[in-house]
Write a protein of this length. Sequence first.
Length: 187
Amino acid sequence: MTSLRRVVVTGSESVGKTTLGAQLAAHYDVLCVPEYVREFTRRKGSPPVLADREGLARGQAAYEDEYIARSRALDKPLLLHDTDLVSNVAYSHHYFGDCPPSIEALAIAHRPDHYLLLDIDVPWIADGVRDRGDRREEMHALFLTTLDRLEAPYTLIRGTWTERLAMAKHLIDSLLFAPDTINPART
């Protein structure tokens, strides 16, 4: 059985996480774990509230576990994630002022091999759900500090959409084919 590497596309709102995750999944012919909060919010019909935090984290973790099992069953070398529990931690701090230790512990327990942290150097696009277009620097800084605090390995991905895709592919290729070339810390 092939060793499974996990890479998460993460960052604040409107930086292209879902698009890049889908492009990478198609390129590598692998699965991409969807963002649980999107499905939760669609079913609920309203934004999450404080009482939803634990359920959102458990739902995201369950999505991840399901996709890990599916990827292993398919003997895939890579699993991509369109965000993960780091987003739960960051947004919990942002919207509610703190994050329960149980959610942070779950994020650490589910830590992937590497994060692709998307920069805010692309246009912000309103979609009726996104609400932080005027606070992009603050949100990006929150993701940086969250990744650092959780000791998560990441690489900052920036530039045009084409440059972002090329950077991400290069990093993933390095991770898959020459894993010793990727510093497990931050790049």
